[in-house]
Design a protein. Structure first.
Length: 321
């Protein structure tokens, strides 16, 4: 009788834990967790300007959240918000100005376990595009809102509004600015759920109204029940080649490893065509991937077994476990 009681006690506790996880409570099913992020590719060597230290700091905070059982969706949103607020990248506050002299930001977020997604594009007065994308995902019947009318709608859902002066590069239209600096994050939580998010100001001096890959599911971000990705590079090419979707399909249908699938798309196929591309991702086993075909990529990762690592030019193109 005692054994049966203990058995039911344990089963009940496990059930409660599972239920909490599903309602946004702590995840503690597995020890394993991982978080990987990027801050865009770099064509030419340039100064760090505090980026790697900042990336390590953000990873340390994200790891503490994941270790305590935070859902991957919350962690990728919070991580991308910090990158947006830092003004160190071409996203949120540091977004490039378009050819009209103002920032138009795009973002997307995906919850791989449920296949819920949300995106926003061409937003002019939203502080955190990634948070607006999550509002679209959770509070609207749609998945993608764009332009002024979309912006008015996401504000009505609670997205934080900011005046044009918030975007520090507004009016500074410089086509020679280093073009990249899109940000993204992918996380695996202790429930075994993967989420991904990407946010950008898009290319500097882009034509007003232009939308790149970052808010397009399957091009700028992707997550399912096995893998998750965030992209950076020329958005037009990522949309044409549906890059992360292609990598995910090679893994799912052909049984390729994460590394092989990503390298064959990013390095062998796109790199050979002269298309500069970067991709970060991870899978359910906690394998982390960072690959790119430019000179460098601001990037970093942390797992339950490895302390935060951050790089721009140094370090391998390789994966980590
Ligand atoms: N993919 C982004 C865009 O085309 C730019 C980037 O990743 O740097 O808008």
């Amino acid at each position: 009788l005692k054994t049966t009681a203990i058995f039911f006690g344990v089963a009940l506790a496990m059930g409660a834990r599972q239920a909490m996880a599903e309602t946004g409570g702590p995840c503690a099913t597995n020890e394993r967790f991982a978080l990987v992020l990027h801050g865009g590719t770099r064509e030419e060597r340039e100064e760090d300007r505090g980026r790697t230290a900042f990336v390590r700091q953000v990873l340390t905070e994200g790891a503490a959240e994941l270790r305590a059982g935070a859902p991957s969706l919350d962690v990728v949103e919070r991580t991308v918000k910090k990158l947006e607020d830092s003004a160190l990248f071409n996203a949120g506050r540091g977004s490039n100005a378009n050819a009209g002299g103002f920032a138009e930001v795009d973002a997307g977020i995906a919850d791989g376990a449920t296949r819920r997604i949300g995106s926003v594009a061409s937003m002019r007065g939203i502080k955190n595009a990634v948070a607006a994308a999550r509002l679209v995902m959770e509070k609207s019947p749609h998945v993608f809102m764009v332009g002024d009318r979309g912006e008015a709608y996401v504000k009505s859902l609670g997205a934080e509004a900011v005046p044009p002066a918030y975007f520090i590069k507004n009016k500074q239209v410089n086509p020679n600015d280093p073009p990249h600096g899109t940000v993204g994050a992918v996380a695996l939580d202790r429930c075994g759920h993967i989420s991904a998010a990407t946010s950008t100001g898009g290319f500097g001096a882009k034509i007003p109204g232009r939308v790149g890959d970052s808010p397009v599911f399957g091009a700028g971000f992707y997550a399912d029940d096995q893998v998750g990705f965030s992209s950076t590079g020329k958005g037009e090419d990522f949309i044409r080649y549906t890059v992360p979707r292609d990598v995910a399909a090679r893994i799912r249908y052909r049984g390729d490893s994460l590394r092989k699938a990503a390298d064959s798309v990013i390095v062998d196929e796109l790199g050979a065509k002269g298309i500069e591309a970067g991709l970060i991702g991870l899978d359910l086993s906690g394998q982390v991937l960072m690959t790119w075909s430019a000179a460098g990529m601001t990037r970093g990762y942390v797992t339950d077994k490895q302390d935060p690592q951050a790089f721009i030019f140094e370090g391998s193109r390789g994966d980590a476990r």
